[in-house]
Write a protein that binds this ligand. Sequence first.
Ligand SMILES: NC(=O)c1ccc[n+]([C@@H]2O[C@H](COP(=O)([O-])OP(=O)(O)OC[C@H]3O[C@@H](n4cnc5c(N)ncnc54)[C@H](O)[C@@H]3O)[C@@H](O)[C@H]2O)c1
Length: 453
Amino acid sequence: MTDTTKTSQTPAAASLNRRNFVKTTAAVAAASAFAKPLLAHAAGSDELKIGFVGCGGRGTGAALQALKAYPGNTLWAMGDLFPERIASSQAGINDELAGMDEDEGSGTAWRDKMQVSDDRKFIGFDAYKAVIDSGVDGVILTTFPQFRPAQIAYAVAAGKHVFAEKPVAVDAAGIRAVLAASEAAKQRNLAMQIGFCWRYHNAMRAGFDQLASGAIGDVTTVHTTYHAGTLPKRPRQAEWSDMEFQLRNWWHFTWLSGDHIVEQAIHSVDRMAWAMGDQTPTKVTCLGGRQARTGPEHGNVYDHFAGVYEYADGRRAFHTCRQMDGCPSDNSDYVYGTNGSAYINGWTPNNIETKNLDGQRTWNFKGRPEDMYQTEHNELWASIREGNPINDAERGCNSNLMAIMGRMAAYTGQVVTWDQAMNSEENLTPDRYGIDVAPPPPTVAIPGQTKFV
Ligand SMILES: NC(=O)c1ccc[n+]([C@@H]2O[C@H](COP(=O)([O-])OP(=O)(O)OC[C@H]3O[C@@H](n4cnc5c(N)ncnc54)[C@H](O)[C@@H]3O)[C@@H](O)[C@H]2O)c1
């Protein structure tokens, strides 16, 4: 599943049983995470137990990809805020595994890879702790972005390998926490893979290899786009608290999603970083606002951003993103170099080519595009088994901060430097999570008035 499929998601059918939030789970371990023995998976041993927190669309896909990556992987525990999400995710995974048993005749009993018993299904804001403490070797973290830094930190402290979806954080405080966890993961030989899935696409890799090998000369500038439609709105139900309304509509609230430049267009910010050789920019100017979706049902996120990132060597890179219906969609990277240009299409990644300065094609991808999500998990779990676990968190944090600094510049109307962004004291995390806790007010930022923090 890609971000673009989000619009096909249907509202969750059942409402939340508040008692589930209060009791969270009987199985939450009270022990200090740091007191636990560290697991370093022995190369060559076979079974890896996987826990999974955030049983929505992406998480369900990622869990299946992790199982398909290697027959020794089993799904051991699941956690979510909402019980019905666990039920539908488990049913979906079971169906897919049963189909593989029937289709493949591979000798693997795929059905048996689902090992999540009822006492290893955990509900509530602390469900992640119970999943992580349930005896797993690694975790898949696919909740709303707001919650990721604390979950990553807890998992690494408990000695678990981590797959974390993008974005890993919605603010700089979260980025700093994830960078610290990444360093700890390296010291403990734990994996920390971030879901910048296009980095794992065979066609994209071939195209960006062309750029790195000088096929268009030195890259001088890049423009990436993520122009898409709007995301679902789930109408307010009488029994929902303000918090539940926001959780059910998380894309529309900056504290939960980071806004769409951070939540969705971040893939294109990441590919901009890739094309620029993963140098970090020195500063950004970004314009943005909300014009087509202005009602309270859209929380406080903007519907468009246009950012100019400047680099120490004088280069500039441009990123534009939009979530508006009735406008053309585009997810492309336009890369210009001293000897030519490249075109890279994000939604059909076999559509990649380079041209010389006369506009003649010099290369295009001719292979068969593979499933980047599957490749991502194949490489992750193989790296763990080989004792050389992938850690791409620092690169992921850099792209994540680039997206956050774009939002900061747009919201405040100010130029924001890399150092200002990295050291920002903005903290979008409320003092406490709870279904009856008042969520942060959805104040819409006004450039020139909203202050940089
Ligand atoms: N790499 C990609 O192409 C890609 C594609 C889609 C989504 N994503 C990312 O994956 C993440 C999830 O997106 P999604 O589309 O699956 O959303 P979703 O709403 O379908 O699923 C998220 C699930 O997490 C649960 N959840 C949220 N907060 C939780 C918490 N604190 N504890 C336990 N459970 C919690 C929700 O109840 C929900 O079931 C987002 O960060 C999104 O940006 C990445």
